[in-house]
Design a protein around this ligand. Structure first.
Ligand SMILES: *[C@@H]1O[C@H](CO)[C@@H](O)[C@H](O)[C@H]1NC(C)=O
Length: 189
């Protein structure tokens, strides 16, 4: 096969793979937050254990944030999060948290959506509207008085980011995105 055929073939593989792909979990690493309450570090939100949680300090008139980096740039389709099950009334502090995806190289930030906290609910899915691409997810909340009766804070049992496709030319193999180089080597013979 010559190079252009290989590229054509890879694009076809990618198209077929994407058409019934659904959601690809985005690999997350390097979580950080504006402040940490006690031992509730940011990384506890991405440790795949929803019973441990990240917690910022709670306060009025301050922007509290939580950030997590992706292993590569992705276009984000939705964010699933579980609020902390510890002192759940404090989760009102996350009311109207903005979720956005940032490209840390260009500084471009696109809003995915906003969290709407509901009484007694811990699990939330925020679907991104429009094309929201980058290599970092940022949550920000800012509560002023008297509009909000609870101090702002971010408290996550777990957070997961989903994309509709693999980054660049990578293709989905099983539940993981594989670099096209691997596929190229395989199909060369
Ligand atoms: C927050 O800012 C508002 C408006 O400036 C002020 O009335 C309020 O006292 C401030 N609250 C705190 C806790 O600093």
């Amino acid at each position: 096969m010559d190079a252009s055929l290989v590229v054509l073939f890879l694009s076809a593989v990618k198209l077929v793979a994407q058409s019934d792909m659904g959601y690809v979990p985005v690999p997350l690493h390097g979580a950080s937050q504006s402040s940490t309450k006690g031992e509730s570090t940011a990384s506890l939100a991405i440790d795949k254990n929803p019973s441990t949680s990240s917690e910022t300090e709670c306060s009025f008139n301050t922007t509290l944030w939580f950030r997590v980096h992706f292993s590569a740039p992705y276009c984000v389709k939705e964010v699933r999060l579980k609020a902390s099950s510890k002192h759940p009334h404090l989760n009102w502090g996350m009311q109207h948290t903005d979720l956005s995806v940032k490209n840390t190289k260009t500084g471009l930030k696109s809003k995915c959506g906003e969290l709407e906290v509901k009484e007694g609910q811990l699990d939330y899915t925020v679907k991104c509207t429009g094309e929201v691409c980058g290599d970092m997810l940022e949550l920000e909340v800012h509560h002023t008085q008297p509009k909000y009766s609870y101090e702002g804070c971010i408290r996550l049992g777990e957070i997961e980011v989903y994309s509709g496709e693999c980054p660049g030319l990578a293709v989905l193999v099983g539940e993981e995105c594989a670099a096209p180089g691997l596929v190229l080597r395989y199909y060369k013979y």
